[in-house]
Unconditional design. Sequence first.
Length: 417
Amino acid sequence: MRYFIVHFRNVTERRRMVKNMMSFMRHFISDLINDILFALLYVRSGIRKRDKKAEGVLILRFSHIGDFVVWLDAAKEFRNIYPDEKITFLCDKYKDIKMLAEKMGYFDEVIVLETRGYRRLKSIRQMMKRTYRVVINADLSRTILSDNFVMSVRADERIAAKTDYTRISRKRARISDKIYDRIIPCDGINTMELIRNAQFIRGLSKNKRFQAGLPVIPKLLSKDVMKEHNYFAICPGGETPLKYWNEEKYAEVINYIFEKDWNIKCVAIGVRKEINELRKIRNHVVHKERIISMLGRTDLLEYIEILRKARWLITNDTSAAHIAGAVGTPSAAVAVSWDIGRFYPYQVEKNMSDCMLPVGIHAGLSCAGCGEYGIDIEHPKCYENYRVRCVNRVEAGQMICVVNRFMERQERIEQTR
């Protein structure tokens, strides 16, 4: 028996190593293509001719849904900065946010392009045919990929924020800065993203009084997605299983809530591939019938409306927590600690005492903040029980303490009605 257990572990380890090697090769080839494109486009941009008839503003941001939602508070200001210009927004199809970007009404046109694999060549060629008066790289964590798309467009002026070094080296950042006409100073990753976005807007515009506030997503659908009204939401999945919280801890929190409120239900949201993760959680929940699965059954706008009606949200480190904050729903996220300060704890510059900001729950490890100098989530010191250690070490009791605050708040709201 011991032989088979050891053999199984070895097979599992070998598969993981092969998977990591294939992932490394894909990233290596992708980075090589980006470097070659950068060199070619850099030469092309050096001999560019300015077009005095160029019109319009192109804003580029390759970010995940959560980052985009956090950016919305700043994004609405571009209309005030460029009131008479056509504003075009360029985003990545990998995390397609076109539906939300169009519904918000901040942009006149939304372009979604493939930026992965060989398709990025076709996308860059497509952008080379476009001309704008101003091109703005709104990514606070610039990459060679975003620089390539900026250089592919003919423009009178190119603007970017001072980048951090989470996705680009200091040496490459110095080279990258040369392709821009203006670099706007912003703080590093130890400053909350909302405030960094506000710093960029203040540097870009004449409005130095602009202050960071909580993004707001208005009601975008007229229909009700959920018939249930008394429920809380969970998001058991996310970008990678390495950042999933332990299923037994999830179940412990759900069981606690079910015992405190016999009428409340739990709605699971996310994509279809996360059904297996929900099944693991359900195995440890006493009243399984009170869990409603909406995994893979909603589009982005429906997903947002389910969060709007929820009493509160319990989630992994995903976009759901940021969306919940933007629709006024209290949320608690089991947060990774490598970028502590950047996304959690939430910080705003406006007085928002009447709002409950999203809460990030951290394990309190000494290695917190390691993202400042780069991370390796596959490193033995970071890898624990098939998860990153700073997620695995968050206890159910920490989440229960936050949930108690949410429940007390809900009671006060109902008493005032």
